[in-house]
Design a protein around this ligand. Sequence first.
Ligand code: PMV
Length: 398
Amino acid sequence: MGQVTASAPGKCILFGEHAVVYGEPAVAVAIEQRISVTLALLESSESPWKIDGIHFNARKHPHVQALRNRMWQSSQGAPNLSIQIHGDIPPASGLGSSAALSVAAGAALRCARGRWYSEPGDIQNPETWAEGYAHSLEHAEIYTLDRKEVLAHRLNASPNHYLSGEETVSEDECALLGHAVEAVAQKGRASPMDASTCAHGGVVLLSDQLESDFDFLYTRTLAMDDGERTWHLHSIDLPEASKEVFLVIGNTGVYAPTSQQVAKVASAIKANPERIKEIETIGLIARRGIQHLKNGDYEAVGRAMSENQIMLQGLGVSCPELENLIRAAAPTSLGAKLTGAGGGGCMVALTRNPKQTSEAIELAGGRTLISKFGNSGLSIEKCENMPLWSSERSMPPQ
Ligand code: PMV
C-alpha cells in the first residue's frame, strides 16, 4: 500500500515578531526539532480523514482543515486518508509547530495528490503548472489580484501531463499553502515568516525592501482589514562563526495562542495609533541585528535581541514567566528574548555555552531545547506507490 511521509522543522525568531505583521523586517531560524506527517489511504470509509487514529475534528486541527479546503473544492471531496503526526516541537509555544505541520502536511498531500503540468519536461518550473498553488480562485481569495491573475493564467493553460510523488512538491508552494492556512487560523493577520522558515530551513529574512546582500526567495502580499502588506523574503547564508553559537529555547509551559496576541497588538495600535512607533523601533533594531548577523558579530546580535525584548515588553506581549527565564539565561548568554507571539510560550537565548544556559533556564523552571543554526527545511522522508488514489489521473483541473 502507498505511503508518504514529509517533515518540516520548527522555527524561532531572532528579531521582529509582531512588527513583521506590519511589514517591518524580521529574521527567523529553522530549529532542529521537527514535525512529520505520514499519509496512507484509509480502508474503511466511515470517516473521510482520521488523525492519529481518531476522527478528524476541524476545530482541533484548524490548519489541516484550512489545507483541505484549499486543496479540494467541497464539491470535489477529499479521499479518505489516515494521517499520522509525530514530532518534538511543543504546540502553541512560539516555535512554529502549526506552520511546520501545515508545510509538512501540504507536501505530503501534494505528493499523494499529484499535479497536472501544461508542459511536460519542465516540471520544476511552477510557471508551467497547469494546476497552481490553489486549484480554485475561490480558495485563493486571501491573496491579492496579482496572484489571482497568475492562477487564472494557469487554469486556462491546457493540461496535458500528470505526475505524482516527490517531484511534484515545491518548497515555495508549501510555504505559500502554510502561510494561507496560518492567515485563516489567525483571522487574516499573519506574516509568511513561520511557513517560509519551516519550508526553506536555514535562516530567513523578511524585509520591506529587496536586500542585495542576501539571496532573494520571493515576494508575498496579503490583504488585511487595515491595508495590504508586502514582504520580500530572502535566505541568509551565515558565516562559519555561526557554528560556535547555539540557540537555547526555554518553554514557560504557559499556553498562549498566537491569534490572541496578534489581536492584542492590533487593538493597542487601533486605540492609540501613535504606538505604531514602537513597531517601527522594533524594525530598526531588527535591521541593525541583520547587519551584525551578516558580519558574524554575535555579541552585537545578542545585544540587539535583548533590546528587541525591551520593546516587546513595552508592547505588552511578554509575561512574568518569560521574564523569569530571560533573566536566568542572561549571565551565560549573549542575549535573550521571547520568541513568537509571547504571552507565554518560549524564550530564546543566543549563547556560546548551551549547556550552562540550558541548566540556568531549567533551574528557573523552564523546559529547554538546544538547537544549532542552519537546520534543513522541508524534506520528503518516504514516498512509495504514488499517487495514493487514481481517480485524478483522468480528471484534469477545472
Ligand atoms: O507564535 P508563533 O510561532 O505563531 O509566531 C508568531 C509570530 C508573529 O509575528 C507574532 C505573528 C506572525 O504572523 O508573524
